[in-house]
Design a protein around this ligand. Sequence first.
Ligand SMILES: Cc1ncc(COP(=O)(O)O)c(C=O)c1O
Length: 360
Amino acid sequence: MIGQLPDFPWDTLADHAARARSHPGGVVDLSVGTPVDPVAEPIREALAAVADQPGYPTTHGTAELRQSAVDALARRFGITGLDPVAVLPTIGSKELVAWLPTLLGVGAGDLVAIPELAYPTYEVGARLAGAEFLRADSLIALGPQRPKLLWLNSPSNPTGKVLPVEHLRKVVEWARERGTVVASDECYLSLHWDAEPVSVLDPRVNGGSLDGLLAVHSLSKSSSLAGYRAGFVTGDPVLVDRLLQVRKHAGMIVPRPVQSAITAALSEDQHVVEQRARYGARRKVLLEALLGAGFTVDHSEAGLYLWATRGEDAWTTVAWLAERGILVAPGTFYGPNGHKHVRVALTATDERVAAAAARL
Ligand SMILES: Cc1ncc(COP(=O)(O)O)c(C=O)c1O
């Protein structure tokens, strides 16, 4: 199995990381989207309050958790009509992304469609299932293919691109005609700047039916809960139930204290608004600094990254920034078409972001 997997991309950054770390002012690590801000107090309290849990938690999560997810999607994104039974907590969303093809029974001879430039785990998930994968951003590029599963990711990691309602609607219609399951990775839905992202759960996209649709949500970025491993999937009740049945057998269970933390995080929006404001301020500083240093920033209208280029090979830009003690990810981590871009994460403290801007 290990032979079917690509090298772990970040391992290949080691030399540049060493160079960046040797900067006298210290490294500014903008290469990974790992949150740095404190976990909101009510969430920590919710976690600690259920520390005495000798028994097994349920795979389906508590009724409170499932209701809080439905309520949060309604409050934050105007999505109504979801049945709490069709909410399933996940151990962060990466594990779900990696195992979704397998959990859905996608396997050898099947095709998984992923975006041209994509979070690497979509490809990993296809490989783990022994399925083929195809990078395509347009239905034309997919041609006569009939993928078993198609991934959407708007706002995108790495480009920050937001897909318009019309595009999402066409993809859903196309997929339904072919019996393709659409999985929409919506982990950056609450982080938007110059465009308003739309969920696949929105009736303007799905025509009021959840058939064949899964929306994958993460609390890692919106609530700075990457360390808790907190996410959920919802959508088509039949598909969610299928996932639940397999996950019950496989022991893919969110710990009970984390279930409480998820419930607390989904029951309150103020910390999400504050977190978004923090990233918005850092984005402004980094965007101005990159433009001032002669970079072009493409897309990046939402999400947690700036998709930047100097019109040269991505690794040359990585090296140029590492000389200045700034570590970023080359666009090639996300697909061959990223060869001229670097991905600059907004996930560093205000102090580190200011240091990066000064160096640029
Ligand atoms: C597009 C996308 N999906 C999923 C994840 C996984 O996040 P988590 O496992 O922390 O929920 C990430 C993390 O960066 C991501 O960028």
